[in-house]
Design a protein around this ligand. Structure first.
Ligand code: SME
Length: 168
């Protein structure tokens, strides 16, 4: 099945396990081909966000928050206008950064301290992104407008992408 066919099949709902795997494989292959030999950070981050956001039908908002002067600053991203700055330890993004681990939230309205940038966000996953020295210098934040959209497959694949495409 081509990527377009796979996407069309699942548009409008959360993909099933085997569909998610296929969609992530296609996204990874596209990124590997696109980013061969590229290291410039904005180029790498915007390509990752664009490919993932266009590939995954359960994504509503997709973007990086970069660690700058002890806050997270938004961008590059795809989706509705978002909160610009997030402090250390605040919200889901600030928690993933502070604890240097992926955070999956099945229902954002049940997460204490969740920062609501768009009321349509219902579930989310945030993955720390490192540089080549292993320092967390950004997080990738993905929101869905459907509850319980993210599971261990999203976690594994996004962590795989983080390891495959470190930032400078
Ligand atoms: N949900 C995030 C805030 C960022 S927006 O969803 C784009 C959080 O609580 O960290």
């Amino acid at each position: 099945m081509s990527h377009g066919e796979a996407y069309a099949v699942v548009k409008g709902r959360v993909p099933r396990e085997e569909e998610k795997v296929l969609l992530y494989q296609n996204a990874r292959n596209a990124l590997t081909a696109m980013l061969e030999g590229e290291t410039e950070s904005v180029l790498v981050m915007s390509s990752i966000v664009a490919v993932l956001h266009q590939s995954m039908p359960h994504y509503f908002w997709s973007g990086f928050y970069r660690v700058i002067e002890n806050s997270l600053l938004v961008g590059p991203y795809q989706g509705t206008p978002a909160c610009l700055r997030i402090r250390h330890g605040k919200g889901v993004c600030g928690t993933a950064w502070a604890e240097k681990r992926t955070v999956v939230v099945a229902d954002v309205h049940a997460f204490p301290g969740h920062i609501a940038c768009d009321a349509r966000s219902a579930s989310e996953i945030v993955v720390p992104w490192r540089n080549r020295k292993g320092e967390v210098i950004a997080v990738l934040d993905i929101d869905s407008d459907q509850k319980e959209a993210f599971d261990a497959i999203d976690e594994q694949w996004l962590e795989h992408l983080a390891a495959s495409f470190p930032l400078l």
